[in-house]
Write a protein that binds this ligand. Structure first.
Ligand code: IVH
Length: 664
């Protein structure tokens, strides 16, 4: 009897695995979702009655019930490199020339794939069983996200027995969130009052880094395999065959993979895909061109950062067409009036776009945008959509949008500022400006006050509860609980979050004040330089201008800000209310003392800001242009012309790894 049950369970598992394969790998489901769910329920029932027969590779065991405390780290047996990018066919041809030169007289062919915009992951199978899944991390060491990856149905827990399975097989590929799942997830998040994810890649990354795999399981992530890491014996002699083997092992491979005999054919394939892009239910940001034969890849090798046998071909920013329903004027935190187009909602690069900035009134005039026009929009830096051009006018008679003479919020005069580009509301007590200043103050990059979102800030101002930053710290739960849609518990959460923000690092408070020209990075420089708000407030204009990377415009703005009696009074009130920013410990190491370093390209472990901070902390100076005085150029991925200049001037070029050793 027990033997029968064991057999029955095994058989059910096998059937379910087969259906997963048909669904995720072949993209040809053989049964309906309902029938599948029935099989699954049957297996679950049998396992519940016979818990001693449950094994970790059972399809029912994808989700671990216990959240992790944190992620362990995994050292990759073979480093996970990044890829060089190209943006046009000339650059692709130059890549091909380099390949040709290195391979001498050999013939070679390419494999062309989609560049999936998700997260790279390495899956380790030992004797055909998934043992570890790790993120790319810094390429050498990543996070162990096995529990979360196990919840992804497209990732087999056991490889299919297709003859011989290598004892060790590391499969690399991309975890992604289908666009439709992303749209649905953001809809649910909006309903729950949670902030939306900016794009499917962020959503996938966020979902994979959750400590509770039960939440990941509900996120509908998926996976495509596209490379191998460590393998005890190669699957094939070339990449194309290796991908065919992947499929036989039950691993999902993207169906849009093509061979090309030469670079011209490769370019043709790439171009044909840029049109197909919007019909896919996942985001791609370009194509990948790879040398097919593994022995030729070995000849070509890699630079420290990227292999020389592959290259990406990035698409131009994605565009969409839609109609301008109306044009609004928004007031920014320093009073700048910005025209904004309200659009007929349209899906662009994975998000629904309803509004687009028109930047300023000169730009609006240049574009000639009016109500009812059909326009082309594009995402700048993937986040903020903008209007690129007018595709067709609604009617010739729609009047051109008039530059406002008064602020749409407070009705005060609106005047052109000194630089002549912006129109500004001159009333500093304008409730529109105050709202934006408070939103910025509480925002993530500044005081980071959780739960104090735009809707609540609007209510606080409308109810006369807050007139300046300091008033936030005088709020109490009773006042908040009296507001619309504010439960007691939420009121308590807001008060707690405001309280917690009192001891934010000094640079955050400096940034939060919203001083013109002073963003997070300059705020960090100022905090480090002065060490206290008092010292910064007393600084003279000349003293400020002498600080590395501050300069005269910022110095003037800082000086004027702190010498304005109204600002002084708000700061005094902030301090009276108990805001005590944490003073930075100025502890400069001397590792880079006296050295000037220029950063170019994208780094793996540092944002530009962090790299510059690290340089300063090590006693060095970071500069934005290369000259003979530059000691090093730190070059990341896609370095710009600065790298060429460094080479020309004979300035030493270092990579990120060397940099990290230098500052340690
Ligand atoms: S091959 C280094 N193939 O692009 C070569 N990568 O910019 C091994 N990516 O980290 C990667 N689609 O996350 C390869 N078809 C594809 C890809 C792909 C997306 C990602 C991957 C990698 C990044 C490099």
């Amino acid at each position: 009897m027990a033997k029968d049950v064991r057999k029955q369970i095994e058989r059910l598992r096998e059937v379910i695995r087969q259906h997963d394969y048909c669904y995720y790998v072949l993209n040809q489901p053989k049964i309906s979702d309902r029938q599948y769910d029935k099989l699954f329920a049957e297996l679950k029932k049998l396992e519940a009655a016979n818990p001693q027969l449950i094994t970790p590779d059972s399809p029912t065991q994808r989700v671990s019930e216990r959240p992790l405390e944190g992620f362990a780290t995994v050292r990759h047996a073979v480093p996970m490199l990044s890829m060089d990018n190209t943006y046009n066919s000339d650059e692709l041809r130059a890549f091909d020339e380099r390949v040709k030169k290195q391979l001498g007289s050999q013939d070679y062919d390419y494999v062309i794939e989609l560049k999936i915009d998700g997260l790279a992951i390495s899956l380790r199978y030992e004797e055909g069983i998934l043992t570890t899944a790790a993120t790319r991390g810094n390429g050498e060491v990543g996070d162990d996200v096995t529990a979360n990856v196990r919840t992804i149905r497209a990732v087999p827990l056991v490889l299919m027995d297709s003859g011989k399975i290598p004892a060790v097989l590391e499969v690399r590929g991309e975890v992604y969130m289908p666009t439709s799942s992303f749209v649905e997830l953001n809809r649910l998040r909006a309903e729950a009052g949670e902030p939306p994810f900016a794009n499917p890649r962020n959503a996938a990354a966020g979902s994979l880094k959750l400590l509770d795999a039960r939440i990941t399981a509900a996120r509908n992530l998926s996976f495509f395999a596209y490379a191998t890491g460590q393998v005890s014996e190669p699957l094939a002699a070339n990449h194309y065959e290796s991908l065919q083997r992947f499929k036989k092992l039950g691993l999902p491979v993207n169906p849009n993979i093509k061979k090309a005999r030469d670079i011209n054919e490769a370019i043709e394939i790439c171009d044909s895909f840029s049109e197909k892009r919007s019909s896919l239910d996942y985001q791609i940001d370009g194509m990948v061109i790879k040398i097919n034969r593994f022995d030729q890849r070995d000849i070509l090798g890699a630079t420290g950062r990227a292999p020389r046998w592959c290259i990406s071909y990035k698409f131009a920013a994605e565009q969409a067409e839609t109609v301008v329903e109306s044009i609004d004027v928004q007031v920014g935190k320093s009073g700048i009036l910005t025209p904004v187009a309200n659009l007929t909602p349209v899906l662009l690069a994975g998000t629904t776009v309803k509004r687009a900035s028109l930047h300023n009134f000169d730009e609006l005039k240049r574009l000639g945008v009016g109500q009812g026009d059909t326009v082309v929009i594009e995402k700048a830096g993937e986040i903020i959509p903008q209007v690129i051009e007018v595709k067709s006018k609604a009617t010739a008679t729609v009047p051109v949008f008039k530059i406002p003479k008064t602020c749409p919020i407070c009705g005060s005069a609106a005047v052109k500022d000194e630089e002549g580009v912006y129109i500004r509301c001159i009333n500093r007590d304008c409730p529109g400006q105050l709202k934006e200043r408070l939103k910025y103050f509480a925002g993530r990059g500044q005081m980071d006050i959780e739960h104090l979102g735009p809707a609540l800030i609007d209510q606080l101002i409308e109810n006369g509860l807050v007139e300046n930053f300091a008033d936030l710290y005088k709020l109490n739960e009773v006042q908040l609980a009296g507001l619309e849609r504010m439960a007691e518990k939420s009121a308590a959460n807001v008060i707690k979050a405001i309280e917690e923000s009192k001891t934010r690092p000094l640079w955050r408070l400096i940034a939060a004040l919203g001083i013109r020209h002073i963003g997070g990075q300059s705020a960090q420089i100022l905090a480090e330089h002065f060490g206290s708000l008092g010292a910064l407030m007393k600084a003279g204009e000349e003293e400020l201008a002498e600080i590395d990377q501050i300069g005269p415009t910022m110095a003037k703005s800082i000086y004027e800000y702190f010498h304005d009696p109204e600002n002084q009074s708000v700061i005094e009130k902030l301090l009276d209310a108990g805001v005590r920013p944490e003073q930075p410990k100025i502890q400069r190491s001397k590792k880079l003392a006296g050295k000037t370093i220029v950063v170019t390209g994208t780094l793996e472990n540092f944002s530009r800001q962090q790299a510059e901070q690290a340089i300063r902390q090590a006693g060095g100076k970071s500069s934005s242009s290369v000259s003979k005085k530059t000691d090093f150029v730190l070059a990341g991925e896609n370095p710009g012309s600065k790298l060429d200049k460094a080479r020309k001037l004979g300035v030493e070029v270092i990579d990120e790894k060397q940099f990290m050793t230098m500052i340690q």
